[in-house]
Design a protein around this ligand. Sequence first.
Ligand SMILES: C[S@@+](CC[C@H](N)C(=O)[O-])C[C@H]1O[C@@H](n2cnc3c(N)ncnc32)[C@H](O)[C@@H]1O
Length: 399
Amino acid sequence: MGVPEKRKAESPLSDAAASPKPAAPGPSSPGPKENSPTHASSSPRSEGRSPTPAPDSPAPELPGVMSGAHWLQQGLPETDTDDKDSTLGSDVESSTASISSSILNYRTINGRTYHSDSVTDGEYWAPNDQKMLGALEIYYHSLFLMTDKQLFQAPLKDNIQHAIDIGTGEGFWAIDFADKFPYCDVVGTDISPIQPTWTPPNLRFEIDDATKEWTFKKNFFDYIHISFLNGAIEDWGNLYKNAYRCCKPGGWIEHFDCSPIVSCDDETLPPDSALATYGKILDEAGRRIGRSLTIAHDGTQEPGLKEAGFVNLHTKQWKQPLSPWPKDPKQKEIGLYTYAAVTSDLEGVIQFLFHKVMGWSTEEVAVFAAHMRQEMKEQKIHGYWTWKVVYGQKPEDAE
Ligand SMILES: C[S@@+](CC[C@H](N)C(=O)[O-])C[C@H]1O[C@@H](n2cnc3c(N)ncnc32)[C@H](O)[C@@H]1O
């Protein structure tokens, strides 16, 4: 899928587990250091934990949405077992967690691992294990094709010096960006140490919770990139304000995000289908955890960035076909990669939100996932997910 071999370099996990690394490259960078070229000297960190509340009831009903029990009653779709792919630093506490083996103390739910509680107060919905990372790798390629292989939309100059990728994941984008701008110092942050240890020399990764007060220097970054953080952030206004402070006057911010609500332009999406249910359940789950999953449909980005002080805002949207149903070859290819990514770990995508947040049983989740995979495979539903980027600039004359 076009991801260079170098990305598949030795996992940082095993290394760090054996002996945590004190320095970059690799994700195990220490917290902000005094006199760091990137970080301000210190910054307070907000207190208190806000774990995801337990579901109100074991199997909540949403108006017009099929419950978990409904899907369990359906049983497995007959062909789900068929060949699925035949169609297709400092000692002051700061936002940067100090390096310690506790970042590897992953939470486990039904055999899947999630980021360590020691890194963030929040509970992020996606597992951080190899199964999910493999799916995200394929998904990244689908998005790359969808955006015409453009890594960014903002009008960046060739001579930018400092860029940051917030919630970098496995760092695919950050690696590609660092390769494209070899003279730019690039930082990728995440709450999970899932990045490769091999990186371009101008890229480093840090374990950092973006919802905490940013410790990076004021007026520092030429470009701040945020991608695919739906369901991760409670207070986007606060995150954008931190970004504004750390963005250079004249620098750019770009927020590219999605919504899991399945849209359809030709009435092939039955309201009682698993695909229609998927979006509604995730929408409700996002509400329950206080971290919206439907960013591209919420109108979060433009007003939030404007309120933070960014100007010269531009918006662009894409439709991501969720299976290879389109006739157009390019859209078909995007749909094929989307299908491959989503069906390779659908349980991973929905387990935390359907099971832990919405109270569906493990069996209900499994049967629902089988129905959704089947619908995607059949391609009768011409559905798509919406992606929206908003980019804007810190005023040249900002202080
Ligand atoms: C769906 S992945 C997207 C990765 C990458 N940005 C991309 O577009 O491919 C979301 C990533 O955000 C990270 N994340 C979630 N909450 C975060 C937080 N509070 N601070 C920093 N990263 C976070 C997750 O660990 C995960 O790797």
